[in-house]
Design a protein around this ligand. Structure first.
Ligand code: NDP
Length: 336
């Protein structure tokens, strides 16, 4: 079969393409400019005509994807802004929402062979503001971010604007799908990862230009950017970039994934967990907070990942593995 991957040059997407090619799929990746296509063609050269890169300059335009879906069996939609620089909420919300609808409409109108559309959403679309330790599952939606952006507009935080963009894009996809699913020969799956960490295979020349999540990891673990207090008491949930990518391949291969959303999360962390693993890998890296006791860490927000394990068979790399492979990547690039 053949899979269309949107935003194929992204941090996560290049790993998705790799996972799909290794599983035997042919892949067509969309990117916004020729230089990004050139990098991918070169990176996947050994796949021959099983990999192809095409340019879609504006994913929000009508028929942006029309000619690219006619011969594909599945679509993985990853292109969506991920940054903390939005001033006007619509700057980030519009491309997220309209880009997702544009993919769905192309599949409906031109995707005669399409069986499955997988949307890369986020736990940003699942999370809530919590004060007590809470376990969230796939029934949860981030109403808080939508409400914050509605009330505060441009004065909402950048994180709230990003979270609203992911929530509205995924919800928009489910609403659109619910209205037509009886007439479609394909179904929809959403994957919801938390912070994605791990090695890079996309085009990145220096640490400052890493993706949003990997840059945060580099600053916190390699550059020692956090106080002892922050190391021991702040964190979130993580997944290895290779595991969320493999989840896309599994979601395309698993009939029972249709019509479902899946939290794809390895588990919670405090930053010191990664710092400790990095210091074990090389004692030249910061030791961080040496009084930290992982068994006493309180993780306020956890995600229930059982559905993805049971239905998709997702497996999770440990903090140790994410750390080792990230550091080996950085070392090979001369960044350590
Ligand atoms: P990257 O920034 O590396 O990739 C983002 C991709 O989306 C790039 O291909 C980018 O294209 C494209 N894109 C961004 N804005 C637009 C736009 N306005 N129109 C068209 N394409 C656009 O990020 P990641 O790989 O980290 O993220 C990919 C997806 O995963 C996003 O949907 C993100 O929300 C989601 N996600 C990421 C997490 C993480 O921790 N990394 C966690 C949870 C979800 P270009 O290079 O041309 O800008």
């Amino acid at each position: 079969g053949k899979v269309l991957v949107t935003g194929a040059n992204g941090y996560i997407a290049v790993w998705i393409v790799k996972s799909l090619l290794e599983a035997g799929f042919a892949v067509r990746g969309t990117v916004r400019s020729e230089s990004k296509a050139a990098y991918l063609r070169s990176y996947f050269q050994s796949s021959g005509d099983k990999f192809e890169a095409v340019i879609v300059p504006d994913i929000t335009k009508d028929d942006a994807f029309a000619e690219h879906v006619t011969d594909v069996d599945a679509i993985a939609h990853t292109a969506s802004p991920f940054h903390m620089n939005a001033v006007e909420p619509d700057e980030i919300i519009n491309p997220a929402v309209a880009g997702t609808l544009s993919v769905l409409k192309a599949a409906e109108a031109h995707g005669a062979r399409v069986k499955r559309v997988v949307v890369l959403s986020s736990t940003a679309a699942v999370t809530r503001v919590v004060s007590e330790p809470t376990l969230l599952d796939e029934s949860s939606w981030n109403e808080d971010a939508i409400a914050a952006v509605k009330e505060k507009g441009r004065d909402a935080s950048a994180a709230q604007k990003y979270q609203a963009s992911k929530t509205l894009a995924e919800r928009g996809a489910w609403q659109w799908y619910a209205e037509r699913k009886d007439k479609l020969q394909w179904d929809l799956t959403a994957l919801n990862p938390p912070f994605v960490f791990g090695p890079n295979i996309h085009d990145v020349d220096k640490p400052e230009n890493l993706g949003e999540s990997a840059r945060l990891w580099y600053k916190s673990v390699v550059e020692g950017g956090l106080s002892d207090d922050a190391l021991a008491n702040t964190g979130a949930n993580y997944v290895d970039v290779r595991d969320i990518s493999q989840a896309h391949t599994l979601a395309i291969q698993t009939p029972a994934a249709g019509g479902e959303r899946f939290i794809i999360s390895a588990g919670p962390y405090k930053w010191q967990d990664f710092v400790s693993a990095a210091h074990r890998w090389s004692d030249k890296l910061p030791a961080g907070n040496t009084s930290y006791d992982p068994s006493k860490a309180v993780h306020v927000l956890r995600y229930d990942n059982r559905k993805g394990i049971a239905t998709l068979g997702v497996r999770y790399r440990s903090i140790e593995e994410v750390t080792r492979d990230s550091l080996e990547d950085f070392k090979a690039r001369g960044w350590l």
